[in-house]
Ligand binder design. Structure first.
Ligand code: GRF
Length: 194
């Protein structure tokens, strides 16, 4: 019975480059009966990503593509995803830019989590820039991925207050805790009544 429930879930690949704390939360969520997705594989450009150790420990299929030759690696990834009937990609701290060709092959099926209140602070060093600009709030955003960096349609956002003596490090920590909740919420919003 359990297997049958699993079969109905959206087969999902999570792309990471580092720690993989969002991956962990997505995986934990995906094991719940109520989850519309199942994390079937993890892809990383970084062989040393901690998230890869996690995938191995949990016996989630995982692959490394360094992206030294992006077109080649993307083609390999596309055929691997196809072979495994993956229909959703969640980028979670994935530090490589995907080509327009790749994104078009998964139109509307690639999500990303970004540590700012988009459209503010696209790109890197979001917390430092928000603090330097004396923002009162920052936060995180789950959005669709398009070929324009951090610019696809927003699915959900969560505001986080910036405190007087915040450093980029402690702000990042508080925002990351919200990212973990937001990603799952956004996926439920998109796929719950499919
Ligand atoms: C997160 O803050 C994510 O928003 C950003 O990179 C970080 C990844 O963290 N793009 P983790 O690897 O999921 O722990």
């Amino acid at each position: 019975m359990k297997k049958l429930i699993g079969l109905n879930k959206v087969k999902t690949a999570v792309f990471i480059s580092g720690t993989g704390s969002n991956l962990k939360k997505l995986h934990k969520f995906s094991l719940l009966k109520k989850s519309p997705i199942k994390v079937e594989m993890v892809i990383s450009n970084n062989p040393k990503a901690k998230g890869i150790d996690f995938a191995k420990k949990k016996k989630i299929d995982n692959k490394i593509y360094t992206f030294k030759n992006r077109i080649n690696d993307e083609n390999k990834i596309l055929s691997f995803l196809k072979k495994n009937e993956i229909t959703l990609i969640c980028l979670a701290g994935f530090m490589r830019i995907l080509s327009e060709n790749f994104i078009n092959k998964f139109k509307g099926k690639i999500l990303n989590i970004h540590p700012s209140l988009l459209p503010k602070y696209k790109g890197l060093n979001t917390h430092k820039r928000a603090i330097n600009n004396k923002e009162r709030y920052s936060g995180c955003t789950v959005h669709f991925v398009t070929s324009k960096l951090d610019s696809g349609k927003i699915i959900l956002q969560k505001k986080v207050q910036i405190k007087k003596h915040d450093t980029p490090k402690n702000l990042a920590k508080r925002i990351l805790a919200q990212e973990h909740l937001l990603y799952v919420k956004a996926i439920s919003k998109l796929y719950a009544n499919r």
